[in-house]
Design a protein around this ligand. Structure first.
Ligand code: CO
Length: 134
């Protein structure tokens, strides 16, 4: 069911500082910051060739990652995103196996304009998992 690793998302309190670390210290190719108000984040994409890292900074008062950054003031790994071919089939298989799908259980349009779902971290060994249909 699982395909490639689409991205690893790292939530940070200071996007400019995190971007500088990846660009200048690590020598990675980074994008300009992109504000995604409907997702409550500003994102910088780090292009690694085989996959991406997404640096996320909270945007707006009700950002979904604001609480995470408050609990992890130096930043931290927020989620991993795996690709699936059929997100409804994947969801139904996971629900049948007892996994909890966050929200109302229906795919939403993610940061890349594709359908995504999030799975409860307690069902996946402490890691928030995003599935993206590609
Ligand atoms: Co993501």
């Amino acid at each position: 069911m699982l395909g490639r690793l689409n991205h690893v998302a790292i939530a940070v309190p200071d996007l400019a500082a995190a971007t500088a670390t990846y660009r200048d210290t690590l020598g990675a190719k980074v994008s300009e910051p992109i504000a995604l108000p409907e997702h409550g984040v500003t994102v910088v994409f780090v292009d690694l060739g085989n996959t991406k890292v997404e640096l996320l900074e909270p945007l707006g008062a009700d950002s979904t990652i604001a609480g995470f950054v408050a609990k992890n003031p130096s930043g931290g790994m927020h989620h991993v995103c795996y690709e699936v071919e059929d997100i409804i089939a994947a969801r139904d298989r996971l629900k049948a196996a007892g996994a909890r799908v966050l929200g109302d259980g229906n795919p939403k349009t993610g940061a890349h304009g594709k359908p995504v779902l999030f799975l409860h971290p307690k069902d996946f060994h402490g890691t928030l998992v995003e599935l993206e249909q590609v």
